[in-house]
Design a protein around this ligand. Structure first.
Ligand code: 5GP
Ligand code: MG
Ligand code: MG
Length: 183
């Protein structure tokens, strides 16, 4: 039974399911107000953004379309290097579109600054970013993030799309791991 008890792997809960739902609805209201009658293409970054994309898109009242990208950052260990490889590209032509990148978390910001430049080069009308979480190191990179759910401390978090070794993505809350899991 112990190996099945996901809760026992966690140190503490940072944001409950209810808190996340409330915050995502607030972000959606802001996005609705900003885009008004312009159609938006939501670009989700796999796999972490699956949960936030599902909830954010359902909380929006504007017309949206959705597409997905998968990227991998080259880097040593847990540090992102800013060198990014596209594992799965968009199916949508971005020419003239209002693009909103949907992300789970920004840590160094290197992945997203590369991604934004890449999408900008495809001729969209605009590219903005929405992330549920942002860590303090993101401030070191010149990147304008229009919608941020929560600023969080420099701790490794899991749940609500975020993984550790591909696990914990299915949690409906966000928490930190107990040290015995990664030590
Ligand atoms: P960066 O902004 O450093 O280029 O990379 C961000 C990516 O690193 C995220 O999309 C996510 O995959 C991973 N990441 C950064 N911080 C965390 C964290 O606290 N927890 C998890 N699960 N992934 C993280
Ligand atoms: Mg991500
Ligand atoms: Mg990951």
């Amino acid at each position: 039974m112990d190996s099945q008890d996901v809760q026992a792997d966690l140190k503490h809960v940072l944001f409950t399911k209810e808190q996340i739902q409330t915050r995502v609805a607030e972000l959606a209201a802001q996005i609705d107000a900003d885009y008004q009658d312009r159609d938006v293409l939501l670009v989700g970054v796999l796999k972490g953004a699956v949960m936030v994309m599902a909830d954010l898109s359902r909380a929006l009242h504007s017309h949206v379309t959705m597409d997905w990208m998968a990227v991998s950052s080259y880097g040593s260990g847990t540090q992102s290097s800013g060198v990014v490889r596209i594992l799965k590209d968009l199916e949508t032509d971005l020419m003239g579109k209002h693009v909103l990148i949907v992300e789970d978390i920004i840590d160094s910001g290197l992945t997203l600054s590369w991604l934004r430049a890449n999408l900008m080069s495809r001729g969209p009308a605009s590219v903005e970013i929405c992330t549920l979480l942002r860590k303090p190191d993101a401030a070191k990179v010149e990147i304008d993030v229009k919608y941020v759910g929560y600023e969080i401390p420099n701790e490794f978090v899991v749940g609500y799309g975020l993984d550790f070794a591909e696990k914990y993505r299915n949690l409906d809350f966000i928490g930190t791991l107990a040290p015995h899991i990664y030590e």
